[in-house]
Design a protein around this ligand. Structure first.
Ligand SMILES: Nc1ncnc2c1ncn2[C@@H]1O[C@H](COP(=O)(O)OP(=O)(O)OP(=O)(O)O)[C@@H](O)[C@H]1O
Ligand SMILES: [Mg+2]
Length: 258
């Protein structure tokens, strides 16, 4: 199934995956997977554990090369937010958030100012910015990871199940941060999750990766803007899709033995 219909209409294409296929040690993960993301579009990639979501994200972001197919990136700056925060333990929260700016050669004063603004946006207090990662709570670390991604003003952000390890209340807060930031700053995002409610809350469009090496097996465009859907609407959508064969793998507890 090709999935090159950006949901927003009219915007520039930021990312194209054209018939990509990948295998590890001779074992196919997926074949013939095509996907485009438009400027400002948030696409959620869902699928059962082990189906290849992280592999798609790593190929899209250039961390690994696909065995087959072509990737085209029409953007300059990208950030990746992983499931674990991956902060540098010897740097304060402030310097972690500013890290990408330091690498880009932004002067100290400007990068500190930018780090503090981003920290405030994700709900980190100024007094926490002098702390080292070991002195922060898990939720604060993940907030810092999101702030670090936003700090470089990326045109594309890849999220790999970033909020799976945080508790339900904070997860909502962090989802809202992503929804607000993407509406404000118009970055595109490929958001990997196996939580369909999360996908329905924050994406413009959802694509489903098969648990049986079949590539993308379904696509749904969501009504309205992310953030405009109330809890009732999200719940109803997820309930409806639970009956839909396209989402069966997600609700059946995952992949069949290959
Ligand atoms: N570096 C690697 N070497 C060998 N096999 C790998 C490697 N990375 C992933 N795989 C295999 O590729 C398949 C897809 O893995 P991937 O991590 O992309 O799945 P996923 O959908 O992200 O799973 P999860 O939801 O559990 O994070 C799995 O069978 C996995 O064992
Ligand atoms: Mg994964």
């Amino acid at each position: 199934m090709a999935s090159c219909r950006p949901a927003l209409g009219g915007e520039a294409v930021r990312l194209t995956l054209d018939r990509i296929g990948h295998a590890f040690l001779g074992r196919a993960v997926f074949e013939d997977l095509s996907l485009c993301l438009a400027e400002g579009e948030v696409v959620a990639l869902v699928g059962p554990s082990g189906c290849g979501k992280t592999t798609v994200l790593q190929i899209a972001s250039g961390l690994i090369d696909p065995l087959r197919g072509r990737v085209q990136r029409h953007y300059r700056r990208q950030a990746i937010v992983f499931q674990e925060p991956r902060l540098l333990p010897w740097m304060t929260a402030r310097d972690n958030i500013a890290y990408g700016l330091a690498v880009a050669g932004v002067p100290l004063g400007r990068r500190r100012e930018s780090a503090e603004r981003r920290a405030a946006e994700v709900g980190l207090h100024r007094r926490d910015l002098d702390k080292y990662p070991a002195e922060l709570s898990g939720g604060m670390r993940q907030r810092a990871a999101v702030a670090r991604a936003l700090a470089i003003d990326p045109e594309m952000i890849y999220f790999d199940e970033p909020f799976t390890a945080v508790d339900v209340g904070l997860r909502r807060v962090l989802q809202d941060l992503v929804i607000g930031a993407s509406a404000r700053e118009k970055f595109s995002a490929l958001f990997v999750t196996h939580d369909l409610s999360e996908a329905v809350r924050l994406a413009h469009r959802i694509v489903v990766l098969s648990g049986r090496q079949e590539g993308l097996v379904a696509e749904r465009v969501l009504d309205g803007a992310p953030g405009s859907r109330d809890d009732g609407a999200v719940f109803e959508t997820v309930q409806d899709w639970a009956k839909d064969p396209a989402f069966a793998d997600l609700f059946d507890g995952g992949r069949e033995a290959a």
